[in-house]
Design a protein around this ligand. Structure first.
Ligand SMILES: CC(C)(COP(=O)(O)OP(=O)(O)OC[C@H]1O[C@@H](n2cnc3c(N)ncnc32)[C@H](O)[C@@H]1OP(=O)(O)O)[C@@H](O)C(=O)NCCC(=O)NCCS
Length: 171
């Protein structure tokens, strides 16, 4: 699926397996705390809580009891929409986002989705590069989509991944 296949983090020697588990209310204090360390404009506890109540697909990535990251995914008609994907700063650059993208793309395919969509801040060059390497294409810009500073907003780049043309099976 991704351009350069790599072992997922849990396959690397010396690492306890990193595993995905459903994001439940019990995780939300920790999730909201991690969120604050990763973003200038973090989601609130209430945003996560609302997402769970809305029935969005949300998972936490755990190494033992430690929270490494999480994602929130909304199902549409023939697409899924990635609303949040975050890796704890201390654990970034180890392939955890790629691992979560593999899992959520596989889940999307099982739901019959043909597209995976997301928005990313235009200034978030690192995330945009990761998505591009993964196979996402930039398909548009939403002007002034994100808050940036008082009286200032920032554009979002809209990206989509065709699940129908994936290079290898996703399940
Ligand atoms: C964007 C984000 C989710 C990426 O998570 P991540 O776990 O660091 O991403 P990955 O490790 O999968 O990939 C990151 C880098 O590690 C590299 N990498 C991936 N797997 C690797 C492995 N097994 N060994 C070594 N390097 C690896 C990738 O090539 C990539 O390299 P780059 O830094 O040169 O681009 C994370 O940085 C984050 O949470 N940022 C803050 C919140 C955010 O911006 N979220 C996205 C909003 S749209």
């Amino acid at each position: 699926m991704s351009a350069v296949p790599r072992p997922s983090p849990e396959e690397e020697p010396g690492h306890a397996p990193a595993q995905l588990a459903p994001m439940t209310e019990a995780w939300l204090d920790e999730v909201a705390a991690l969120e604050k360390t990763a973003y200038t404009h973090p989601w609130s506890h209430g945003n996560f809580s609302d997402s769970l109540r809305a029935g969005y697909r949300a998972s936490v990535l755990l190494q033992g009891d430690e929270l490494l990251g999480y994602f929130v995914l909304m199902k549409g008609l023939d697409e899924t929409h990635l609303l949040n994907i975050t890796v704890a700063p201390a654990h970034q650059g180890q392939g955890h986002a790629q691992h979560m993208l593999d899992a959520l793309a596989a889940w999307s395919v099982r739901q019959g989705a043909q597209w995976l969509w997301l928005e990313v801040r235009i200034s978030n060059v690192r995330a945009r590069r990761i998505y591009e390497r993964y196979g996402f294409k930039e398909v548009g810009v939403r002007r002034n989509y994100y808050p940036l500073a008082p009286f200032k907003r920032e554009d979002a780049v809209v990206m989509s991944l065709s699940l129908a043309t994936a290079e290898e099976p996703l399940s």
